[in-house]
Design a protein around this ligand. Structure first.
Ligand code: SAH
Length: 344
């Protein structure tokens, strides 16, 4: 059979012809409530049903699992049957466990500083492929916990490969399944966008108060269009207005993401303009120093410059912090996720 994650949770009975109706409920719990790595652990299902699901439980295989940061960061490369590679990164902290998930294979946005964009777009992920990343991480955590971190994923960020709002319907369905089927709180989920304005406006109309992060990276159109090609289609002012509308609709503080690149967007003038935008958007600013990527000569600024940029934002009345780096030695850090094509 195909992976049950590729069927809507409400339609699982269609996969189980011949089984009594309560089996669909039991299977749904194994998929979304207490996920396990293999069918052999689905103890209340009959062997015949477990055999039918067999190796097709997951819509991908975990081809590589790596860990870093003394075991508190875990990265998976999942391979779908069509060869598509999906990456997800799990980060354990004392009171939360955050999973960074992918929404597309590759990315069409081509932001100059991001490895995913440099390698182009392959395809959208299905809702089930998005949700299965979270459930796989939960299954992994229940089998191999990260010491001193919660034993399940408490927070999900759509900050892996892809632009979630360019895959709107499937991402929406993945949010519905995470919140309404798996029981996650909308307030523990962050959707990050490079500024797909119609997507921000649609998300504002959805019933769930998920966090919105906007990847700004520049505070004027000329600078932004150099780093983020999508800015030509949706210029800064439109992005800011859509973000303000999101804030009004949800009453949730927004985040602005800002990758600091030496000589490109690290000036005092950019910091002052950014602080003004952040105040307008009711946004917290997450600054991150650039992680170098294979196809670009861009470099992060010096540590002094990074610290000065963040301090200036705060002096200007904005709320800014420097983002902690995780997983750099396994290419799991922000902007380093990319598709490695299968050999041969
Ligand atoms: N397409 C969505 C989701 C991808 S997450 C979006 O653009 O928001 C994108 C985030 O990854 C950026 O905001 C930035 O915080 C981070 N990022 C991308 N490339 C990076 C790099 N080379 N170094 C550090 N952070 C990077």
């Amino acid at each position: 059979m195909t992976s049950p994650y590729l069927t809507a949770p409400e339609n699982l009975d269609a996969l189980l012809d011949g089984e009594p109706p309560y089996r669909a409920r039991q299977l749904r719990d194994w998929l979304y409530r207490t996920p396990v790595l293999g069918v052999d652990q689905m103890t209340n299902l009959p062997g015949s049903l477990r055999d039918r699901i067999g190796d097709d439980l997951w819509p991908f295989v975990a081809e590589v699992e790596q860990s870093a940061d003394s075991g508190t960061t875990r990265k998976w490369l999942f391979r779908a049957p069509d060869g598509a590679a999906i990456e997800a990164v799990l980060m354990g902290y004392p009171r939360r466990t955050t999973l960074c998930i992918s929404s597309q294979v590759g990315c069409a946005m081509r932001c100059t500083f991001c490895a995913t964009g440099q390698f182009g777009f392959e395809r959208h992920l299905e809702a089930g492929e998005i949700v299965a990343q979270v459930m796989y991480a939960n299954a992994s955590l229940s089998r191999f916990p990260i010491p001193e971190s919660p034993g399940r994923v408490t927070n999900v960020v759509y900050m892996g490969m892809g632009e979630p709002l360019a895959n709107y319907d499937r991402v929406r369905e993945s949010l519905r399944r995470l919140i309404e089927v798996a029981g996650m709180s909308a307030r523990s989920i962050t959707v990050s966008t490079v500024g797909v304005v119609p997507g921000i406006r649609r998300l504002a109309d959805e019933p769930w108060p998920v966090y919105l992060a906007v990847s700004l990276h520049a505070a004027d159109d000329e600078t932004r269009s150099r780093l983020v090609p999508l800015n030509d289609r949706y210029p800064l002012e439109q992005v800011i207005e859509a973000a303000e509308a999101y804030f009004t609709a949800k009453g949730r503080r927004l985040s602005i993401e800002w990758v600091l690149i030496e000589g490109a967007n690290d000036s005092d003038a950019q910091a002052r303009k950014l602080a003004a935008i952040a105040r307008r958007m009711h946004a917290h600013i997450n600054v991150i120093a650039l992680n170098p990527t294979p196809l670009s000569d861009d470099r992060p600024p010096t540590q002094d410059r990074v610290v000065r940029f963040v301090a200036l934002l705060n002096e200007e009345g904005a709320n800014a912090t420097l983002r902690q780096m995780r997983g750099q030695e396994i290419d799991a850090a922000c902007g380093q996720l990319r598709v490695r094509k299968a050999a041969g």
